[in-house]
Design a protein around this ligand. Structure first.
Ligand SMILES: [Cu+2]
Length: 115
C-alpha cells in the first residue's frame, strides 16, 4: 500500500488590520525635567581648631579647613550653635569636628565635637 500524504498548508495573509488612527499632534508637552540630585547629599562636616567660644551666647569661632561641599577654603569664622549646649566642654585650642546645619544655613553648627 502506498500512502500518499498530502499536506496542504494554506497561509492566509492577514489583511484585516484596520487603518491606523492618526492621533492629533500634542501641543501641550509637559516640561517634566525634574533634577533629583541635590547639590549636597548628606551632612556637611568640617574640622578645625577653636579660636573663641562663648557658650552663653552660643557662638564659636573656628579656624577650619577647606569644606568642598560648600566651596569653602580654609578660614577662620564664627558660627552660631543651633543648640548652645553643644558648646559645653568645648574650649579654645580644641581640635574639633563640626557639622553645618545645611548648605543654605552654613553659619549654624549642629554639632561640635572634640577630636
Ligand atoms: Cu568658613
Amino acid at each position: 500500500m502506498l500512502r500518499l500524504l498530502i499536506a496542504t498548508i494554506t497561509v492566509f495573509a492577514a489583511a484585516c488590520s484596520p487603518p491606523t488612527q492618526q492621533e492629533p499632534a500634542k501641543t501641550d508637552e509637559s516640561m517634566n525635567m525634574e533634577t533629583p540630585a541635590p547639590a549636597v547629599a548628606g551632612p556637611i562636616t568640617g574640622t578645625g581648631t577653636v579660636t573663641q567660644v562663648d557658650a552663653a551666647a552660643g557662638t564659636v569661632t573656628l579656624n577650619h579647613g577647606a569644606i568642598p561641599a560648600v566651596s569653602w577654603p580654609a578660614m577662620t569664622m564664627q558660627f552660631t550653635a543651633e543648640n548652645p549646649a553643644i558648646l559645653q566642654g568645648v574650649a579654645v585650642g580644641d581640635n574639633v569636628s563640626f557639622e553645618l546645619k545645611s548648605a543654605t544655613e552654613t553659619s549654624i553648627v549642629t554639632s561640635v565635637q572634640k577630636q
